[in-house]
Design a protein around this ligand. Structure first.
Ligand code: T4K
Length: 402
């Protein structure tokens, strides 16, 4: 076992972990420090810290230009952006969405007493399956929320067609898809509205943050009002609202990240190629790759572990790697439908989600971004190869470790 000389050296069996410090999925990328500090100093000098400040406006303008969309409404985080966008769109009753997503996609609806109706995803792409969507439409359905998981665009054409025929609103959770394309067009302007997360773990981020983007002037205006308590002027409130504002420090971080975006993409692409080279050819492992011909930010390195073909299951592999300080993640296990309150609200939910269930047993994400070095990826690659080659012996020993 190259990086470990024998099974005895594995951290799970008492050896020293391969890495002294954890390798994380989601370790933040940082922009140029001097430029960031300069922006923060200028912000303090202006004493304009939040609520439509100049940095926020510049961030929104730059994001909208980059995505080729009329409006970017920046918000406190992606979840708030989903809540505000769905409320501004007028979603009510039931909304169809995948269960194979971060739980915030569902929570943003449930929080407003809109019932999330979970729909299965396509086996190959992990994306909302349009063929299944139509079966779930009822008289109470008001909309569809597609999730551009792993930066791959949903089948926008078919989903738009279903939405049009049934007079439903169409929203996309584009939290993973900043800088990605679908049919050669930037994600951000599809459907009625698209929502991004700029959480610290995203490759372009604003510490905490998110945004809703749309080509509809009226919808953008409604969202702008809602994110600031519904205030139209200093003392006129024209709608229900919330505090969903992004502050100036967050916008400064966002501007810095936007400037570094080409460099971040390059690093992600080279890490991605390295992970592919290191792990390919291992029986039972397959990489989830971006759709050919589209731009993809490659901020997630996603593999599937096939339990029938692999010598270790996904969970066994994850446990061994965590012991070595490689914090691989099982996004989005166990699926929203198996989390509360959805499990209780719809105990039979998993029956109509066979593909989601299968993926939840298989998916494993590896660290990438600026914080991971080429050497570390090669070491993890060697480790995984060694683990898989000695799977039978390791599994037998694991049964004795509590
Ligand atoms: N829709 C989708 C499809 C999403 O993926 C998300 C968010 C949303 C909606 C909602 O957007 P936000 O409201 O979050 O803007 C994370 C993130 O919290 C979440 O933003 C993200 N998706 C999700 C996929 O992953 P956790 O709980 O795994 O992240 P966390 O905070 O544990 O960070 C992961 C690891 O990164 C940590 O273990 C350590 C490292 N880390 C993290 C932070 C924040 C650092 O080293 N430094 C840091 O500052 O959920």
């Amino acid at each position: 076992m190259s990086v470990k000389h024998s099974v005895n050296e594995l951290a799970l069996f008492g050896g020293a972990p391969l890495f002294a410090e954890p390798l994380h999925v989601g370790r933040p990328n940082l922009p140029n420090r001097e430029r960031l500090e300069q922006r923060l100093r200028e912000c303090l000098d202006r004493c304009w810290l939040t609520n439509d400040g100049p940095l926020l406006k510049e961030f929104e303008t730059r994001v909208a230009a980059q995505l080729g969309v009329r409006h970017c409404v920046a918000m406190a985080n992606g979840t708030t952006a989903l809540e505000i966008a769905s409320r501004a769109l007028g979603l009510t009753g039931e909304v169809i969405l995948p269960a194979f997503t971060f739980v915030a996609t569902a929570h943003a609806l449930q929080w407003q007493q809109i019932r999330p109706v979970f729909c299965d995803v396509e086996r190959q792409t992990h994306l909302l399956d349009p063929a299944r969507v139509e079966e779930l439409i009822t008289p109470r359905t008001s909309g569809i929320v597609g999730v551009h998981l792993w930066g791959n665009g949903c089948d926008i054409e078919r989903l738009s067609d279903i939405a049009r025929r049934h007079q439903l609103k169409l929203m996309f959770d584009a939290s993973h898809a900043f800088g990605c394309t679908q049919d050669g067009k930037s994600i951000g302007g599809f459907g009625d509205v698209e929502v991004f997360s700029f959480h610290a773990t995203k490759f372009v981020h604003t510490l905490e943050g998110g945004a809703a983007t749309t080509n509809c002037d009226e919808l953008a205006e409604r969202m702008r009002l809602m994110r600031n308590f519904g205030f139209e002027t200093y003392d006129v409130v024209s709608s229900v609202g919330i505090n969903g504002k992004m502050n100036e420090f967050e916008a400064a971080m966002g501007l810095g990240c936007l400037e570094e975006m080409p460099a971040f993409c390059e690093i992600n692409a080279s890490n991605f190629a390295l992970w592919r080279a290191e792990l390919s050819g291992i029986e039972g492992l397959s990489m989830v790759t971006p759709r050919a011909g589209e731009s993809n930010n490659r901020q997630y390195v996603v593999w599937e572990v096939c339990p029938e073909a692999s010598s270790l299951t996904r969970d066994e592999l994850a446990r061994l790697l965590w012991a070595e300080n490689v914090r691989v993640r099982r996004y989005f296990t166990p699926g929203c439908h198996r989390m509360e309150p959805y499990r209780t609200l719809d105990p039979e939910g998993s029956r109509r989600l066979p593909v989601t269930e299968e993926l939840c047993d298989r998916v494993l994400l590896f660290p990438t971004g600026t914080a991971v070095s080429e050497k570390e990826i090669r070491q993890v690659g060697e480790l995984v190869r060694g683990l898989m080659a000695n799977g039978a012996e390791i599994r037998a020993r694991m049964s004795h470790v509590s």
